[in-house]
Structures are given as C-alpha cells and as structure tokens.
Design a binder for this molecule. Structure first.
Ligand code: NOJ
Length: 540
C-alpha cells in the first residue's frame, strides 16, 4: 500500500497545467500560439486553480518536431515572441502564484544546432558532442526505420527524427554545456524541468541490438547505470541550488525502474511520467490499438499507486490522444465521462497534470486527410506503412486512433474557436461550436466547473494529497479505492462503463462530490460513467 506521507512539498500538492504553446493562444494573428497569448490567459489559469505551468518547448528550433528539436537553448523562437516576453510571462505568472517548469530536451538537439553543424567536421572539438560511426548498427528509431543517417562518409545516431541527432553523454563537455543551460533558466526564476525521454540518454555500447518489432537496440540505452549517474550529477551541480523540481518523461519504465529514479535518497529526479497505463490499449506499439479495457487499466493504475514512491498522474499530453475519446465516451456520455476521468485524476495519489483543453473535455480532432495532419511522426509512420503495402484505409484508421495531432488542435476558447484571428497552423475542431471555454464558464454544471470543484476539494482535504492509496474493488469496470491518513478517509467510486451497475459494496458517509449531482446513494445503482467521492468518518 502506498505509504502515508507526513509532509509534502509544493510540487506534490501542486496542480500542473501543460501548455503546448503552438496551440494555446495566438496574440498576433499569425495562426501560431505565442507567449503574449499565454500571458493573456493567466487569469483563466489562476481561476481554474492551477499552481504550476509546464511549458512545452518555446526555444529556437526549426520545428521539425514542434520544438523538441532545439537549435538554441538560450533563446526564444520568434514564432512565440522574445526573451522579454518570456521574462514577462515568468513575472506575471509569479504574481498569480503560478510557477513555470520548462521542457529540458537533452537526449538530442536539432541538426541545425551550431554544435551539430560543427560536429560534421571530423577535426572539430564538437565532433564528440554527438554519436558518429563509420557504419550504422541495427538500431531503429522511435519514429520508425533506422536510427542512423549519413553525412559524408559517417553516420550519426538519432533515436527520433533525422533532424534530432542524439547527444553523446559520454563526453564531459556535453554535461558542462547542459549544466550551464539549466542554471541560465533556473536563475531566471523557472521552477524546474520536465526532462524529455530522460531514461534513454546514456548509450552504454553501440553494439547491434536484439532484433525486435520496435526499438531494436533499446537494451543498450534504456535505464542504464550511466543515466543514473548523469541525473545525480545534474541534481548535485544544478538542481540542489534552487527550490525547483524535475519530472522525467521515462519511456517503457517498470515501477522498480521508476523508483530507482525518484526515491528521495537516490537524489536523481522528483517524479516521472510512466507509460504503462497508456499502453493497456496497445498491441506492441501505439499504432496497433486494441479495445480499451477499463479493468486492465485500473490494475495498472492501482499497481503504480501502491508501489511508486510518488506519481505524476496524467491522462493526456501533447503526445497522446484525448482522454475523453480514448478512456471515456465522447459520443453519448461526453460530459459525464470527462468528469469521471477528472475525478480519478485528482483523487489519485500524486501530482495531477492537466493538459490544455482537457478541462473542457476537448475531443480527438476531426481531420479528414493526411494533409490535415502536421506531425512528423504521423507522416513518417504513414510512409513506412505505405511501403509495407498497408491500404490507405488501414493507414487512415491508424492515424485516427493514434496520431499525436489529436492533442494538438487549437484550444477551443469560444464557439468560433477564439484561438487566432488568422489561419490556424492546424485545423480547429468543428465541435468548438459546442465544446468551448466561454460556454463552460457560464454553465455552472460544466466540465470546467467540475475541474474547479475537484481542485478545491484537493485543497480542502489534505488526505487527497498525502494519504495512502488502497484499492477496494476493481471488477466489472467499477473502480473503488480509498485514500486515507490518520484522521480522514475518502472513498472514490467510478463506473467506467456505459451500463448501469449495482454498487458492489456497502459504503456509508458524506458525498463530497458527484458527477451526476447526487446527495446520497440509497438506491445503490451506479449510472453510466458515474463517479462519487465520499468522506467516511473515522470513529476514534
Ligand atoms: C517526447 C516528447 O514529448 C515528444 O513530443 C517528442 O517527439 C520526443 N520526446 C522527442 O523529443
């Protein structure tokens, strides 16, 4: 059972909101979201109850992978504004008690970063900043195909797109450079980093890997001891000087591997985004999906709740499809299933992360053809599938189930969109007519108001932050669990199905929050996608 914690930190009790800057709010009509746009929405975030903002990359970048390919870590991409805008954002957010964490992308840079340009010269001091070989090995990339590309008579490693060459973390110079970058931003007043694919940065050897359907070679770079050492050094030389935290994006980690990264005595990271719950509807990789099975999902969530030292809880981000479309039901039970998922997000043990638009129940995009999709990954996978003779229909089905662009459609501020006065860089979902912030601010029963209530509930009930987690019932798509400390117990009941279900156990207590506005549960019948939060009195 996850332990009860005596004390918690500001980042454990915080409410994080992730902003994908390109799609959040445009202020100058160029169709691309920007920093001034974010500043104009700070009051909205404050009202919602957000205390930490995670800003996806705003650095200088050729945007092959929308900013996850950085060509200058110390400057702001003109699409987003200037360094003055960034300073203003930090200041204005601070006035509203919102701290900012930024993405730290240090597995790779852009191929247009001056380090990589210089490293193409074999005699340059930058040669060893990257991983060059005379002949490629058999490793494959996360975006499909070989992880190597050729320049001149040498090959360089890129675990993502060919415009994202991997840094060589065996070179102490790389360590020095990254430390300088981290100090630069922390000194500016940011409160930490979300560390991109951090558990794969260290490549122990460059030998061929065991042949696999995806990610051949991963045993040579996944969760290596060298990575732990790097994280301990960054902690000691940088993070320990500031009141800041790190959340690592850690692909393919087990609970044990996660604990090795986050247990406080290890002095590495503070929490990690794990993926196991996001993989329960996948066969082997995200492009091959199977039906979502709530029971399987709950068991994974419950395992992490019980065994991980601390969780970074999330149901969506810029790489995942929308949760209401994936784990809820965006057709017949849009409102209620979005609220049920929110109930889970805010009552689990760990720090909750909201992804922009999740708080109004934004759904997957309504794209019509490959021209509507912008993501480098989607296009690459589509090309590979075409070469493998997948029919157009099959390929489109893969895209509609898994493309990252579903999460990247512009924020739906009002019935006309409200994201830009120009042409948006990616199409706005037509359902902005009915799913939008303006409408939900006016309707006190909206998903948005339900989020506010949950955030308030968390603030008022310490047990939701520091309490232990105990699973009570996890069958027939019903998920019941308890959060408790020495003086309080809260029970959460969720029906993750579209059928009525009989409440399987007797529970007495006060209803703190219900997504169907119930005050008691005398009838013992759970409605489709119903969720209830109950306070059980502990008799002393
Ligand atoms: C994870 C990021 O979230 C994703 O958007 C990006 O494509 C890869 N890392 C590579 O940086």
């Amino acid at each position: 059972m996850g332990d009860y914690m005596e004390t918690t930190t500001w980042w454990q009790s915080g409410i994080v909101y992730q902003i994908y800057p390109r799609s959040f709010q445009d202020s100058n009509g160029d169709g691309i979201g920007d920093l001034q746009g974010i500043i104009s929405r700070l009051d909205y975030l404050k009202e919602l109850g957000v205390t930490i903002m995670w800003l996806s990359p705003v650095y200088q970048s050729p945007n092959d992978d929308n900013g996850y390919d950085i060509s200058d870590y110390l400057s702001i991409h003109p699409d987003y504004g200037t360094m003055d805008d960034m300073n203003l954002l930090i200041e204005e957010a601070g006035k509203r008690n919102i701290k900012i964490i930024m993405d730290l992308v240090i597995n790779h840079t852009s191929d247009e970063h001056p380090w990589f340009i210089q490293s193409q010269d074999k005699n340059s001091p930058y040669r060893d900043y990257y991983i060059w070989k005379d002949k490629p090995n058999n490793w494959t990339s996360f975006f499909g195909g070989s992880a190597w590309d050729q320049i001149g008579d040498s090959y360089y490693l890129h675990l993502f797109s060919k415009k994202q060459p991997d840094l060589n973390w065996k070179n102490p110079k790389v360590m020095e450079e990254i430390q300088k970058i981290m100090h630069f931003w922390l000194k500016k007043g940011i409160a930490g980093f979300r560390c991109d694919v951090i558990n794969i940065i260290y490549k122990t050897t460059l030998e061929n890997g065991k042949k696999r359907f995806v990610l051949t070679g991963k045993e040579h770079y996944h969760s290596q001891e060298g990575c732990h050492e790097i994280l301990r050094t960054l902690r000691k030389n940088v993070m320990d000087y500031y009141d800041a935290f790190t959340v690592g994006e850690t692909v393919l980690v087990s609970v044990d591997q996660a604990n090795d990264l986050i247990k406080p005595e290890r002095k590495e990271l503070d929490m990690v985004f794990s993926f196991e719950h996001m993989e329960t509807d996948q066969i082997n990789n995200k492009w091959f999906r199977t039906k979502f099975k709530p029971n399987k999902w709950m068991k994974v969530i419950s395992k992490w709740q019980e065994h991980a030292h601390w969780n970074a809880n999330y149901l969506e981000n810029h790489d995942q499809t929308r949760s209401v479309s994936r784990f809820g039901n965006d057709k017949d039970y849009h409102d209620i299933s979005a609220k049920m998922l929110a109930t889970i997000l805010f009552t689990l043990k760990g720090t909750p992360y909201i992804y922009e638009g999740q708080e109004i129940g934004m759904t997957n995009g309504d794209f019509e053809s490959m021209e509507d999709l912008k993501d480098v990954e989607s296009h690459r996978i589509n090309d590979i599938a075409k070469k493998l003779h997948f029919t157009k229909k099959m390929r489109w089905k893969m895209m509609m189930r898994s493309s990252r662009d579903h999460a990247r459609t512009p924020m739906q501020w009002n019935s006309d969109g409200g994201f830009t006065k120009g042409t948006p860089w990616i199409r706005i979902n037509r359902n902005t007519k009915v799913i939008n912030v303006e409408e939900q601010l006016e309707n006190s029963h909206s998903i948005l108001h339900f989020y506010k209530k949950l955030i308030q509930l968390r603030k008022e009930n310490q047990v939701l932050i520091n309490g232990s987690f105990k699973p009570i019932y996890m069958k027939k798509n019903i998920f019941i669990y308890e959060r408790f400390n020495t003086n309080q117990s809260i029970i959460v009941i969720c029906n993750m199905s579209k059928s009525y279900q009989k409440l399987p156990i007797n529970i007495n207590g006060k209803v703190l929050l219900s997504n169907v506005n119930r005050n008691d549960f005398m009838d013992s019948l759970l409605k489709p996608y119903e969720s209830i939060v109950i306070e059980r009195r502990i008799e002393s």
